[in-house]
Ligand binder design. Sequence first.
Ligand code: BGC
Length: 611
Amino acid sequence: MLMFPCEVVAADRALQFQRGWFAHPIFKNGDYPDAMKWQVGNKSELQGLPETRLPSFTEEEKNLIKGTADMFCINHYTTKIVSHLTARLTPPSYKYDMDVSEEEEADSPTTAISNQRAVAWGLRRLLNWIKEEYGDPEIYVTENGVATDIKPQLMTLTESSTPKRSAHYYYHVMKDNGFPLPDDEKILYGQFPKTFNWSTASAAFQIEGSWRAHGKGLSIWDKFAHTPSRVDNSDNGDIACDSYNKIDMDVEVLKKLKVTLYHWDLPLALQKLGGWENETIVQRFRDYADVLFSRFGSRVKFWITLNEPYIVANLGYGYGTFAPGIVGKQYIAAHNLIKAHAEAWHLYNDKYRATQGGLISITINSDWVEPRNLYKQEDVDAAERYLQFFIGWFAHPIFNGDYPELMKTIIRKRSLAAGLPESRLPEFTPDKIKRINGTHDYFGFNHYTTVLSYPVDLGKQQDYEGDRGTGTTHDRTWIESGSSWLKITPFGFRKILKFIKDEYGNPPVYVTENGISERGEVTLNDIHRTHYYENYINQALKATLLDGVDLRGYTAWSLMDNFEWAAGYSERFGLFYVNRSNPTLPRIPKKSASRYSSIITCNGFPDPWTP
Ligand code: BGC
């Protein structure tokens, strides 16, 4: 949030008018706050009055008033956002004396009282303000609560003294004397299975550069990045990290080679035929896979057909914020992506597996989601829709057969209600369902963050957003990263790994990406990233040891700072810093690189107290 000094002063002035009016005389010097005396004095003079409308205390009164409190008692309900305003002079009023305008804090939940949002973070700031302003007094919160207008559920609330759920909650807070760190946030000591695979990822377009070397044709990302206003700072992948020329150096830090067939850089020539919208891409993808399997299959034993089809479909062909920048075609793109994956898997299975003996599957990405209000059924339902429209869209056809029922039902219903002859979600024939179902050797999974869900009704809007009907937000206490969408939420990692186990038949899972970005000032002491890896990997350990998730491998994203798609080079995910102001693009390890390497060496978090 941008803060302007005059707004900070306005906020302090508002506090002085409210709290300071009474607290200042008692806790400070027996007199009203200077800001109040100044404002009311000036306004009174401007209003042509002979003296200020704020009465004054005599010296004797001041001495009498000052220090007449053993503790600071505060009642608090809400927080407002204020800005500076030159308020009118007439009629003379306390409100206009303040020279501020007030707004609601729009991100916080509303209550039954209009204009009184429940702004949890405001209480913390207020307590800090009192501490600073009045010299760290003993504080007692003597009132704090919220008004709701939900009708009591009559069946359960028959007695007038029946406790609400909040009563149980408050009872627990008192019993625990606060919020002891839940067990699931405490570090678990232990190690991953001996055969666990550790790795670090990057992607061709994001690091290679040499965009026209040896007659290389254009890809959809070359085109996108060379289109004005598509990528931040007009960045592009022409040179990227120059890994095309520095291959030996980069491979030096990587042990085993794993290969992804498709990480978003579709040849532009294929896009000219419709790209993922054109069903012929399925056969072409199979042909392409054939070339790679036959050329590299003797050395590559771990294949990923597609990286994050969700992003390809939804950002590339739905919202249009990623290449090729097409809007509203995500369902058909997804349909072809799923079929293309299945054909590549079958090809490997039928023609190469016996001789090459590798593993092949797809990498699906998903956030974890929590209902914004755990006790509100609409938020719980919104969370379910969020997951089924995200991970389920791709995982369900491949691991369980066909799209999730929830998706099929919602999209059909909304399409027919809008007068369309059929569902906007394409259908798989029964044969196709069978052919796609089971095309996996493992569950490749990319994960970064968690969101909070709530329902949104977009009326008749005929698209993915309208179908999903879910809005998302974040908890303000979650630590931020260099990407607005990515907050540090380690607990969600364990939960979604467990979800995968329960929902998709306990498959072997390889985490093929997980990491965090930073932006702005460069520091090699990247404590956020170190914290992120320690906590996320520890949650992965809990998923393995406590929840029985069959986790086989973990991959950090990313090896080095690179071309972060539409964000260009402004968001940096690397364990290694790439100094872009030096033409040789040197790679310099950040602190997180050594922490990650020690976690790998220890194969987890061995108990320091065990000899
Ligand atoms: C992608 C990467 C990307 C990373 C961070 C993943 O979704 O596969 O290419 O850099 O997220 O946004």
